[in-house]
Design a protein. Structure first.
Length: 289
């Protein structure tokens, strides 16, 4: 399944959950963590369970649980695993060891409910603590169930004692740009997708488009969305255009003779160009299914 856009939906809001059923997002993230006040979490768990069980949305259904080992963590898992969500978003892990602990707990609950073992995937927000950033290289040996890595700057900046994580032009400071790049590299080292963090200013459509297209060019596969209006912009950015597809076909044709190098429009091409062209065509084909 191609996942370009992940839309956060507070799991305690029946109105927002209902609206999300018609969203063009590839995945919905029913949020049991930061978007839900602690007293509302028992009700949110029930709503999330019902929503996933009923499967009225075409989107993949993921749930952001509370951090592994926190007071709400076990209650989250016990409430939602039997509904068979597609995956779990894992906030604030200090490293892949937290994902291994989560795998053990998911496996036990899948067995309890006679579910296919390993079917529920995991996607950590892998940079929300300083220790997490230092542990990114450990994803070289990926934990079970890992589907992708994403990153976040808000919790990290708070942990670092920063007044802000952006400069006067609204761009991330070097520390956070570095962390973003490390997540992209860690994801590829683990053999999974990299998912760009959210663009917090949901009214800034032009800024969102710029960020999303830059992420796509750099190798990210999708992006988090905090507002429904962001989804179509994100989907467009991570969908190959007709121009992209035509160019990719021409690159593949240029290598039809089986040579290791080729030329196209006066430019030399080698194997990395062919690999990228095939990736574009495979993505375009998958999105047409």
């Amino acid at each position: 399944m191609i996942l370009r856009s992940f839309l956060f939906v507070p799991a305690d809001s029946e109105k927002k959950l209902a609206k999300a059923q018609t969203s063009p997002a590839d995945a919905l993230i029913l949020d049991l963590e930061d978007a839900v006040a602690a007293p509302n979490r028992p009700a949110a768990r029930k709503l999330a369970h019902a929503y996933v069980s009923e499967r009225k949305s075409r989107a993949a259904l993921w749930i952001r649980i509370n951090p592994v080992g926190s007071a709400d963590y076990s209650a989250d898992l016990e409430a939602i695993v039997s509904a068979k969500p597609d995956g779990v978003i894992v906030p604030k892990p200090d490293g892949p060891e937290a994902l291994r602990l989560l795998d053990n707990d998911l496996t036990a609950l899948e067995s309890l409910h006679s579910l296919e073992p390993g079917a529920i995937k995991t996607l950590p927000v892998a940079t929300e603590t300083p220790l997490a950033v230092m542990s990114l290289m450990d994803y070289r040996s990926p934990p079970p169930r890992l589907a992708a890595l994403s990153w976040g700057a808000e919790d990290l900046s708070a942990a670092l004692g920063a007044a802000t994580n952006r400069d006067e032009q609204g761009e991330f400071f070097f520390t956070y740009r570095m962390v973003r790049s490390l997540v992209l590299i860690a994801a590829k080292a683990a053999g999974v997708a990299a998912i760009e963090t959210l663009h917090a200013d949901f009214r800034d459509t032009k800024g969102l488009e710029r960020v999303a297209r830059a992420a796509q060019r750099e190798g990210f596969s999708g992006m988090l969305a905090i507002h429904p209006d962001q989804v179509e912009v994100i989907n467009a950015a991570f969908t190959p255009s007709q121009t992209d597809i035509e160019h990719a076909n021409r690159v593949v044709e240029a290598f039809a003779s089986g040579a290791g190098v080729a030329s196209l429009d006066g430019k030399m091409l080698d194997q990395p160009h062919l690999v990228q062209a095939r990736h574009v065509l495979a993505l375009a084909a998958a999105l047409c299914k």
